[in-house]
Design a binder for this molecule. Structure first.
Ligand SMILES: CC(C)(COP(=O)(O)OP(=O)(O)OC[C@H]1O[C@@H](n2cnc3c(N)ncnc32)[C@H](O)[C@@H]1OP(=O)(O)O)[C@@H](O)C(=O)NCCC(=O)NCCS
Length: 167
């Protein structure tokens, strides 16, 4: 499977993008390109071929979580001496309002998980982490199997589970 998204670059017009959540819109408009330039995150966009508009975007960064946060059922085989566990952060995922409710969020999520899975062959990553903005976002990720981490707003999906999607 090849990717449906492409890396954000200066050819993309971000000006009219609006997913309805100011935090995600402002980030995309004002900060995403700087973050990419500084290697703080990678940003990928989906282009609607009919209108040439950006229908959605997501960001990925390397990250880690404390071993203590990982639910017991997933950490049986993790060495106890590893205090933090390498992960990939799917920091933001947003679909423009004009394109919501058409299955594009699902497509973008799968595309991001595929990138994470491919990367985990080169750089170890035990799971993909998301940090949902609100309950609505939490419900979306829960639908796709993300598990809430204790004492944290974050959710995670083990790479082992993601592997089953692509193999
Ligand atoms: C949440 C969001 C990414 C969903 O994208 P979308 O393109 O509208 O969703 P899709 O059309 O791909 O929906 C896929 C499935 O998820 C479900 N879904 C969509 N939003 C959902 C939500 N908030 N809660 C639960 N399920 C949801 C849909 O019903 C659909 O289910 P189905 O396949 O059984 O019919 C999008 O609405 C969005 O960008 N919201 C604003 C930003 C945001 O909250 N981002 C997420 C966290 S950073």
């Amino acid at each position: 499977m090849s990717y449906l998204t492409e890396p954000l670059d200066s050819r993309h017009n971000r000006n009219n993008f609006s997913c309805g959540k100011d935090l995600l819109d402002n980030y995309f408009l004002r900060q995403a390109k700087q973050d990419v330039k500084r290697k703080l995150s990678a940003c990928f966009v989906l282009i609607d071929r009919e209108t040439d508009r950006i229908s959605g975007y997501y960001t990925l960064s390397s990250s880690s979580i404390s071993n203590d946060l990982i639910p017991d059922s997933f950490k049986e085989k993790l060495p106890k001496s590893y205090l933090s566990i390498p992960t990939i952060l799917l920091g933001r995922l947003a679909i423009d309002r004009d394109f919501q409710g058409k299955g594009i969020g699902k497509i973008l999520l799968i595309d991001s998980l595929k990138r994470c899975f491919d990367t985990s062959d080169s750089i170890g990553a035990f799971a993909v982490i998301v940090d949902p903005l609100d309950k609505e976002a939490e419900r979306f990720y829960k639908k796709y199997g993300f598990i809430k981490l204790p004492d944290s707003g974050k959710m995670f999906l083990p790479m082992k589970t993601i592997k089953e999607l692509f193999e």
